[in-house]
Design a protein around this ligand. Structure first.
Ligand code: NAP
Length: 294
């Protein structure tokens, strides 16, 4: 029997619509328009596309979006000065510095400079600490989106055996914290893990976030499991053709799993929409309002 393919695009469109409704209510009731500032240092074409799409998503949700494009040779001190200016600007509720930054700028220095209340990427140590303390406010967008897909697909996951492959601060670690917070029994695997196939075969929920194309095989999947594929690798098919694939061998896994996210069209759209959710949440929290239900 073939797995249910989880439609991340539809879920993200639905989430964006709910965010836009909530933003309209916020404007009417409190005169607040969420403001997102995105800073890009350098000319990386992929980053430029991401920054533009984030601005467009924000405007579609009824937010103010400002994009700051700084030249490649901008010094770390200058980037930090930009971040501090945005920290002090009350019309900006969310600040995002697009990573990777050029090698002469320390990513950690930027994360340390962003005001935690405006950390819509959820990557500062303060956001990670609140999440680990069970007091999450702004959570990394990809794992946040994954939790929404899991909730929609499985409902209550208390007691489920969950395996997260990957332990980055962007995906693996916050993913494990969120699953633990939802009362799953969580195992975190990484490059030194022994017997990954054996761990995978026990998992009711498998989240693959290792960045290795089609690494997770069909016969690693527990029958009926929910498989979330975070990975994205662009394969070169030759003659100028490319293909985006995930960390899971989708064709084989879908024959065994109960539900599975495709790549593209699974986790990616939810990541984008969750940045909008966090911007709305940041604006509401900064105004002393409870975080939105969306
Ligand atoms: P990352 O920082 O490179 O982390 C990869 C993790 O996978 C590390 O913890 C690493 O272990 C682990 N790993 C590597 N090889 C492994 C192996 N053979 N067995 C088990 N674990 C292994 O990557 P990331 O930023 O978390 O991103 C992971 C993937 O998700 C990438 O493909 C990225 O493009 C994708 N991504 C997608 C979205 C989206 O919206 N769809 C968002 C974010 C990321 P060690 O810690 O031991 O090195």
């Amino acid at each position: 029997m073939s797995a249910t393919v989880i439609d991340g695009k539809a879920a993200a469109a639905n989430l964006r619509a709910r965010i836009a409704d909530e933003a309209a209510r916020l404007k009417t009731a409190h005169g607040i328009v969420p403001g997102l500032a995105v800073v890009l240092v350098g000319n990386d074409p992929a980053s430029d596309v991401y920054v533009r799409s984030k601005g467009n998503d924000a405007r579609e949700c009824g937010f103010e979006a400002r994009e700051f494009r700084l030249p490649e040779d901008t010094s770390e001190a200058e980037v930090l000065a930009w971040v501090r200016t945005l920290n002090d600007d009350s019309s900006v509720h969310g600040i995002l510095v697009q990573f990777p930054v050029p090698a002469h700028i320390r990513q950690d220095a930027i994360l340390d400079a962003i005001a935690p209340a405006k950390d819509v990427d959820g990557l500062t140590p303060a956001s990670a600490g609140l999440l680990a303390s069970g007091r999450a406010q702004l959570v990394s967008c990809t794992p946040l989106g994954v939790m929404m897909l899991l909730r929609d697909t499985l409902g209550d996951i208390a007691g489920a055996d969950a395996l997260v492959i990957g332990r980055s601060i962007l995906v693996g670690k916050p993913m494990a914290q969120l699953l633990l917070g939802a009362n799953a029994t969580v195992t975190v695997a990484h490059s030194r893990t022994r017997d990954l196939p054996g761990l995978a075969r026990r998992a009711d929920i498998l989240v693959a976030a290792l960045g290795k194309a089609q690494f997770v095989k069909g016969d690693w999947i527990k029958p009926g499991a929910c498989v979330i594929d975070v990975g994205t690798t662009r394969l070169d098919l030759g003659e100028g053709r490319t293909k985006l694939v995930g960390d899971v061998d989708f064709a084989a896994a879908r024959e065994v799993a109960g539900a599975i996210t495709p790549v593209p069209g699974g986790v990616g759209p939810m990541t984008r929409a969750c940045l909008m959710r966090n911007t709305l949440a940041a604006a509401m929290l900064q105004a002393g309002l409870p975080a939105p239900e969306v």
